[in-house]
Design a protein around this ligand. Structure first.
Ligand code: CO
Ligand code: ZN
Length: 328
């Protein structure tokens, strides 16, 4: 599982440019699926089982990134963000463009060395000396360059948000012996720019119920307060986030299943941010949804950290949920 996670997180696929990660996931799920297709927005849709309740499980394939907006006469690349990228994560960072070319980020001089520069004051240096010899064109996308790190129980990578959800979906598909349901695992596109792939795929599938698999925040490092989520205490069952109230029937289904299977879990009320489940909930005439969250430190930095036990328990919880009949 760690080997696959390394491969998933080291693939470069910012929002809108998910073809590389889609190929990696497709190769992994092809032997496990009853049907595979890709829709118009690039969502990878895997069906398992037939005829029962239609359940949609969404994990987003895309990651946050940058996009070149201007090349200056000396060959420095100005950029804007794709999704929630914070400037304090960028000073000295390394990125890789979708084409494979690397670059480093720096900024114009600051008034005080302790200031954080605005994105508009930053640039990517790709080693060019003029606009003419710059290999990057306006509109090319880039993502953080950072190798996967195995600290034993704790695993660190860029794009753990949400390749860890993709991993849980793949491993759940692998673990599912049989199911009374018609399950659609959807590896969605463009979540980081507003849950766009989930919106169209949920409309197309018209599920009876569903949940997303995504990261949530953390409350267990110095100075963090009022958020009861810690790494290693189990996957989190979402109750509320910044964009969604999980359906109480889905929460009940998840809690009772976790308790019956003696799996650790945490109750999540996240103040800001949301997941694909929000788009699923509001599609067509509405869908009962929830979310299984993987607690993750340093979300949207180049070093996002999860606990391996939480990941394994998330797979067990999702597998238990999907193996048995469900009445909401
Ligand atoms: Co995110
Ligand atoms: Zn996410």
């Amino acid at each position: 599982m760690k080997q696959l996670l390394k491969k998933l997180t080291e693939t470069f696929s910012p929002s809108g440019y998910e073809s590389a990660i889609r190929d990696v996931i497709r190769a992994e799920v092809t032997p496990l699926a009853d049907e595979i297709r890709v829709d118009a927005l690039g969502n990878l849709i895997i069906r398992k089982g037939q005829g029962g309740k239609k359940i949609m499980i969404a994990a987003h394939m895309d990651e946050i990134g940058l996009i070149a907006s201007h090349i200056d006469e000396h060959g420095f690349v100005r950029f804007t963000t794709v999704g929630g990228v914070y400037p304090q994560m960028l000073m000295g960072a390394r990125v890789r463009f979708h084409s494979g070319l690397p670059g480093v980020i720096y900024n114009e001089p600051l008034e005080k060395p302790t200031d954080t520069p605005a994105i508009e004051k930053m640039f990517i240096d790709v080693g060019a000396t003029s606009r003419k010899d710059c290999p990057i064109k306006v509109g090319e996308v880039a993502a953080f360059e950072r190798p996967f790190l195995d600290l034993g129980d704790r695993l660190v990578a860029k794009s753990m948000d949400d390749r860890i959800g993709c991993l849980v979906a793949i491993e759940t598909l692998r673990a599912l012996k049989s199911t009374p349901h018609e399950i659609y695992f959807v590896f969605t596109t463009q979540e980081e720019v507003g849950t766009r792939g989930a919106e169209t795929s949920a409309f197309g599938l018209d599920p009876d119920l569903g949940f997303s698999l995504d990261v949530t925040g953390w409350g267990d490092t110095p100075g963090r307060k009022h958020f009861d989520i810690a790494l290693g205490k189990g996957p989190a069952i979402k109750i509320k986030d910044g964009g969604m109230l999980a359906d109480p029937r889905i929460i009940h289904w998840m809690v009772t299943t976790a308790e019956k299977a003696r799996l650790p879990y945490q109750r999540e009320v996240l103040l800001g941010g949301t997941t694909d489940a929000r788009a699923m909930q509001l599609v067509r005439a509405g869908v009962p949804v929830g979310c299984i969250s993987i607690p993750c430190r340093y979300v949207h930095s180049p070093s996002e950290m999860v606990d391996y036990n939480d990941v394994q328990n998330a797979v067990k919880l999702a597998t238990a949920l999907l193996s048995n009949p469900v009445e909401l």
